[in-house]
Design a protein around this ligand. Structure first.
Ligand code: SF4
Length: 277
């Protein structure tokens, strides 16, 4: 299994990262949210710390070399800081977060991440508070602009992720100036279009991903294993199953086996354009 995965990664058929959807619950309700996350969501679909840690350990044994944690907002979970530290002790981990829940208490609990292989990837869409907040929610810009320096001061690696819908070139370049002023390099700034799934599709936003636009990366949710992290989206409260790989996520080996069969017909080589990441 390990050899098969490593070969598929080397051939460019899939990525070497395992993604975990920690929860679909969120304190925000962004206009383009792929998962229809929001504060009062009925079905939170939380994976739970034990399942995530076990999946991460299995992933390392099977040849994955890094983890991604997404949602929803992981900091809606009581034990988020400790779960992230535990995952980072298993494999290098990037954690996607909206960056709005970093109270002094949470910041203190995150201090063990200083200098570690964990990066927090915080969403920020515009250097203009009004435009950013129209997309992401009231006070979002101010909270992120407070959180980023506070995390960096504690030695925690921060990346910035920007989702593009109608921002101007000038706006995006001013956003780059802002992240550079915080000491975050261009390599740690991800920019991608809104993907037309979930709430974005209902709002008539974003680009429709083509079949080869997104690199397959095994993605676990409480509903099963999916082809990539843009796959387990939600529309009208129901998880999209068009890109479901396996209902079974435990043991991970079963999901990896199905995943490798699905990616067997992916094009080989590094010149395949993956336009969304
Ligand atoms: S896009 Fe992210 S921060 Fe916004 S509602 Fe969805 S999960 Fe929450």
């Amino acid at each position: 299994m390990r050899d098969a995965l490593e070969n598929a990664v080397a051939e460019g058929r899939c990525g070497n990262r395992l993604w975990l959807y920690a929860t679909y619950h969120c304190n925000l309700a962004c206009v383009y949210c792929l998962t229809e996350s929001r504060p009062g969501i009925a079905n939170r679909r939380a994976l739970g710390r034990e399942i995530m840690v076990r999946a991460a350990t299995d992933a390392r044994d099977l040849g994955f070399t890094c983890l991604g944690v997404t949602g929803g907002e992981i900091f809606m979970l009581q034990d988020a800081a400790e779960t992230i530290a535990e995952l980072g002790g298993i494999l290098p981990t990037v954690v996607l977060t909206n960056g709005t829940l970093f109270t002094e208490r949470i910041l203190t609990r995150l201090e063990p991440l200083a200098g570690s292989v964990v990066a927090l990837q915080i969403s920020l869409d515009s250097p203009e508070a009004s435009h950013n907040d129209a997309l992401r929610g009231p006070e979002n810009f101010a909270r992120v602009a407070t959180a980023v320096p506070a995390l960096l001061e504690r030695g925690i690696r921060v990346r910035i992720a920007t989702t593009v819908e109608d921002q101007t070139e000038d706006e995006l370049s001013r956003l780059c100036e802002l992240h550079r002023s915080w000491g975050i390099s261009d390599d740690d700034h991800l920019v991608r279009s809104v993907v037309r799934r979930g709430r974005a599709a209902l709002e008539d936003m974003g680009v429709e991903p083509g079949p080869m636009d997104i690199l397959p990366e095994l993605t676990l949710t409480a509903d099963g294993a999916f082809l990539h992290p843009f796959a387990p989206t939600v529309r009208h409260g129901v998880t999209d199953l068009d890109l479901l790989v396996s209902r079974q996520i435990n043991p991970l080996e079963a999901a990896v086996s199905r995943f490798l069969r699905v990616v067997a017909d992916q094009p080989v080589g590094t010149d395949v354009a993956r336009n969304i990441r």
